[in-house]
Ligand binder design. Structure first.
Ligand SMILES: [Zn+2]
Length: 276
C-alpha cells in the first residue's frame, strides 16, 4: 500500500512538473513573440516616420516648384494678338496665313457674319471668341437681356459651325465704351461671370479702328509701343481695315526680337479689363 501511495505521489509530481514546464515553455514563446512584435512595431514606426519625413520634404519641394513656376509664368513676356469684327475674306485669310507662317496662335473675336469661316479659325488652333452677333451698340447695350440675347446668338452660331463652346468675349467698344449705362454694364458683367464667360479688353491698341487705310508704319509704331510683360493687342480683321494684315509681320518681328512669346487667350489667361 505504501508503495502504491509513493508511486502515485511520484506520478502526480512528475505530471505537475511537466505541466509547469509546459507553462514555462509557453510563456517563453509568448514573451519571444511579444518581443518580436515589438521589434516589428518599432521598425514600422521608424518606416512611418521616414515616410512622413519624405512626404513633408516632397510637399516643400512641390510648393517651391509651384511658386517658381508661377513666378516664371508671371515674368514670361507674352503678346496676345487679338482680331475683332471678323471674319472676312478680305483680311482674315491673310492674317491666318501670316500667323501660320510664324507658328503663332491668336484670338479672333468674331461677329455674326461670314460664319463659314469660323471653322478655319478653330482648325488652325486659334481661339474663337465672341464679340456679339450684331455688334450694334444701341441694340446690345439697350439692356442686360438684349446683350445676352445677342451674345448667345453668336455663341450658338459658333457652336453650330465649330462645336466650340466659346467663353472668351469682348464688348463692342470694350467695357469702357461710352454707350452702355453703368447699371446695365454692372448687370452684364455679373451675369457674364455667373455664366462662365470671361471678357477681355486690351492694354495695347494698334489704333487700326481710328480710320480705314491707316498707314502701315503708323499701325506698327502704335502696336509695338507697348512694353508690359503681358500685352493684349487690339487689332481688327473687318473688311475695311485693309492695312492691318500688312502691319502684322513687322509687329510680330518687333515683339519677337524683344523676347515675347505669342499665345491665344483662354478663360485662364490674365484678364485685361477696363471696367470690372
Ligand atoms: Zn468691334
Amino acid at each position: 500500500m505504501k508503495k502504491v501511495i509513493i508511486f502515485l505521489m511520484l506520478a502526480v509530481s512528475i505530471f505537475a512538473l511537466g505541466d509547469a514546464g509546459r507553462i514555462l515553455l509557453n510563456n517563453k514563446k509568448t514573451v519571444d513573440k511579444i518581443k518580436g512584435l515589438k521589434t516589428e512595431i518599432a521598425a514600422l514606426d521608424k518606416k512611418e516616420k521616414e515616410t512622413n519625413d519624405t512626404l513633408v520634404k516632397l510637399e516643400e519641394e512641390n510648393k517651391a516648384l509651384r511658386s517658381e513656376l508661377s513666378e516664371q509664368l508671371a515674368n514670361k513676356k507674352v503678346v496676345y494678338l487679338t482680331f475683332d469684327d471678323g471674319p472676312t475674306p478680305q483680311n482674315t485669310e491673310k492674317i491666318l496665313a501670316i500667323l501660320k507662317k510664324n507658328n503663332i496662335k491668336g484670338t479672333f473675336f468674331v461677329i455674326g457674319h461670314n460664319s463659314d469661316m469660323y471653322k478655319r479659325i478653330v482648325e488652325e488652333g486659334h481661339t474663337i471668341a465672341l464679340h456679339t452677333y450684331s455688334h450694334n451698340y444701341k441694340e446690345v447695350y439697350a439692356s442686360e437681356e438684349a446683350f445676352f440675347k445677342d451674345l448667345y446668338k453668336i455663341h450658338d452660331a459658333v457652336m453650330e459651325k465649330t462645336g466650340v463652346d466659346a467663353k472668351v468675349t469682348r464688348f463692342p467698344g470694350g467695357s469702357s465704351n461710352a454707350i452702355v449705362k453703368k447699371a446695365t454694364l454692372r448687370k452684364i458683367i455679373d451675369r457674364l461671370n455667373d455664366e462662365g464667360f470671361v471678357y477681355q479688353d486690351w492694354n495695347c491698341d494698334s489704333t487700326d479702328a481710328a480710320g480705314n487705310k491707316r498707314p502701315v508704319d503708323v499701325l506698327v509704331k502704335n502696336a509695338t509701343s507697348c512694353n508690359a510683360t503681358k500685352i493684349n493687342l487690339l487689332m481688327h480683321d473687318s473688311a475695311a481695315k485693309m492695312t492691318t494684315a500688312d502691319a502684322l509681320q513687322p509687329i510680330i518681328d518687333s515683339y519677337r526680337s524683344r523676347g515675347y512669346d505669342f499665345e491665344e487667350l483662354t478663360v485662364y489667361s490674365p484678364k485685361f479689363q477696363h471696367r470690372k
